[in-house]
Design a protein around this ligand. Sequence first.
Ligand code: BMA
Length: 320
Amino acid sequence: MNRYINNPIISRKDIPDISPDLIDVTSVFNPGAVKFYDRYLLMLRVQNRGRESFMLVAIGRDRIHFKVENRIVHFEGMDHIKETIYHCYDPRITYLEGMYYIMFAMDMDSGCRLGLAKTNDFQTFKFLGIVSEDDNRNGVLFPEKIKGRYARLDRPNRIQLEGGPVSGNAICLSFSDDLMQWDYAGTVISGRFHYWDERVGAGPPPIKTEAGWIQIYHGIAEHFGSSSIYQAGVLLLDLENPLNVIGRSRYNILEPRELYELTGQVPNVVFPSGAIVEEVDANGFARKDSRVNIYYGAADTCVGLAVTTIDELIRSAMTS
Ligand code: BMA
């Protein structure tokens, strides 16, 4: 992947003061991304100096230059939840059946859960509910139904392996008829102990190609006594059955190298959570030579853009 030369594309100085919640903010990172009519749109996680989290929308006329809106995203209906919600973060935006769905992590006393909201204008957002069991993160919806059902990837922090121990180290697949109740279908990949992706989590929404679903994911290499290294890699999954892994990158495709990735609030982090494919055919397949813009959080401090092509992602996935 090629980093945009003037990265980071968004940093704390681009966030307007929105009194009383956001004044002289600390950081902005891990955005959801989508093409919204002829605009590029990001949903940002912004943290203030109280280390409280807020989501903001940023609009770009092109894929590089964004203007952050002067308004905090409010999820209508979320106030019906009686338990305290400490943070909402890591939004992934999926365009599905004419609506934009946002899946995000919610830190609560009962654990980290997945929340789901929808919008069609990015002005008002309807909170649909909590859609995971306790302790789940990195949830992302597929952009279309698979065999008649909605599909999502997620990363349970605890799963009961059949006849085995409880684990929390896998990207899993679930299906649903209504987007609210989800049936676990199986594990897509598990972390590779000792290598770049010891722990894993899905990144941006899956990208449909003739060769299969491209799934960018993050892998974490653990370092005891030091900070873990967050990197990005890529999977190619069967279109009809995403549990069937066609390819998985042996090497990471993006790792912390630049200063803004190596140092910051949490050092050594690249965390891709949004991808915008430029060219898609009439059936929704990304074209092989299409450019892909990947938006990622760097060091939990700012937002970077890295660019590649569909073809390049598929070739990277076929290296295992
Ligand atoms: C993960 C999430 C991400 C964050 C990353 C690195 O667990 O909390 O939002 O970017 O850690 O701190």
